[in-house]
Design a protein around this ligand. Structure first.
Ligand code: PA5
Length: 416
């Protein structure tokens, strides 16, 4: 279960109610027209999940692998990494996952030496199939491990890409196992397609429950039961001139990569030129509580009043560690927490910070996961994807393209 509580100080007026109705109608049309296909991945990806499971259970090579390497960047790695980070500490017997994303020589060489070739499956993930970082790292992997991709080691490589991309053609040429990404699912919305589902399933994660959670959220929203999403999108976009920055404070270290995924989703989707030619968008910032209460919080409290804050907290962690009932001389002022669990401490910090921000007039909302389970994470992914689409509709931008990153790619090409 997830509870969503908007505690905005802003009022919903009649005009905003009208915007909410129009936005809902528009997203229903987007779904019907297939403008974006992520809404139904919860069920559409089940077949791919079964296939990946079969591969992991029956292919002699894949079965004995203990490491899955994902070669990809941006939407082709961030979501997968977010899910792996959340569940790796609690899922028994999963394969190690490594992400080769950045053409950073230190990171790359450190990771390459840690890989045992005979026990590793390489998943090269690129929707376009031509991303320079991804394909260059893939070439390095081929050379470093002397992968004979033509045969028979080709079963050591899996390609995840668009049908008819250059990478698809390469994989087809050599009979490399390939999974397709639906054409209408963009990179940053693709974590629940083959992009995330294949490597995570092969590594042993419970992707079925993640997909079920996502389906449940999509169904509920399209049955008109998640009005809070429309309200949040309407308020955040309406008040963007006074509060253009949305800060997420996640109260669990394992959600750090999830906040990075959110930052990419929000920034690359909403930072756009709108249909009238105006530069628009909402700025995402991701933080971890309570660590960042000791840094960024000061800026929110007393710096420019241009931010809203979303608190994400987990009600119940699996483990319980209590603050020991030890009284240390001169440190008696800290004894009020003795005997309480660390979970109670971090939860109290979340509540106290939220209250203090509300108290000084900063708009906050809270997302509470009763536990960090797969269904909840599937729901949360869909929640953020839907919220992004809704904001994009109200901002009148194309949520699913990214023309702003193309210029840099062209300039890069001319430098070599
Ligand atoms: O969201 C996006 O579209 C981007 O972040 C892409 O995922 C990223 O550029 C990687 O692209 P590709 O999957 O084509 O290699």
């Amino acid at each position: 279960m997830i509870q969503f509580e908007n505690e905005y100080l802003w009022e919903l007026d009649k005009s905003l109610e009208g915007i909410m109705i129009n936005t809902y109608e528009t997203i229903l049309k987007e779904k019907k027209k297939g403008t974006s296909g992520y809404f139904t991945l919860g069920s559409d990806s089940l077949e791919i999940m079964e296939d990946a499971k079969q591969l992991a259970q029956t292919n002699t090579f894949v079965k004995q692998c203990d490491t899955v390497v994902v070669i990809g960047i941006g939407g082709s790695s961030l979501g997968t990494k977010a899910i792996e980070s959340i569940f790796k500490h609690k899922t028994a017997g999963v394969k190690r996952m490594l992400f080769l994303e950045n053409p950073d020589e230190i990171d790359l060489s450190d990771k390459l030496v840690s890989i045992e070739k005979a026990k590793t499956l390489f998943c090269v993930v690129s929707k376009s199939g031509l991303t320079i970082e991804t394909i260059s790292i893939f070439k390095e992997v081929i050379e470093y491990f002397e992968l004979d991709y033509k045969s028979p080691q080709k079963e050591q490589i899996v390609a995840i890409t668009d049908e008819d991309s250059a990478l698809h053609k390469f994989a087809h040429q050599y009979g490399i196992k390939t999974y397709n990404i639906p054409a209408n699912v963009g990179g940053r919305f693709s974590v629940l397609s083959a992009v995330g589902i294949v490597p995570l399933t092969i590594a042993g994660y419970d992707t079925k429950s993640i997909l079920e959670g996502a389906s449940a959220m999509a169904e509920s929203f399209f049955h008109g039961k998640e009005n809070h999403l429309l309200k949040k999108a309407a308020l955040l976009t309406k008040h963007r001139k006074e509060a253009s920055i949305n800060v997420i404070f996640s109260y669990a270290n394992c959600l750090e990569d999830f906040t990075k995924w959110y930052v990419q989703l929000w920034a690359e989707s909403l930072g756009k030129v709108d249909i009238y030619g105006n530069h628009t968008g909402l700025t995402p910032i991701g933080h971890i509580g309570s660590v960042d209460q000791h840094s960024f919080l000061q800026l929110i409290m007393q710096g420019p009043r241009d931010k809203t804050v979303t608190f994400i907290k987990v009600e119940k962690f699996e483990k319980e560690i209590k603050v020991p009932n030890i009284k240390l001389k001169f440190l008696e002022k800290t004894d009020y927490i003795n005997g309480f669990s660390f979970n109670e401490l971090i939860d109290g910090e979340c509540e106290a910070t939220k209250e203090s921000l509300s108290h000084v007039g900063i708009n906050v909302d809270k997302i509470t996961l009763d536990s960090l389970n797969e269904k909840n994470v599937g729901r949360l992914i869909l929640y953020y994807e839907l919220l992004t689409s809704l904001c994009g509709i109200i901002l009148e931008v194309n949520t699913y393209d990214q023309p702003g990153v193309e210029m840099g790619k062209k300039i890069l090409k001319n430098k070599f």
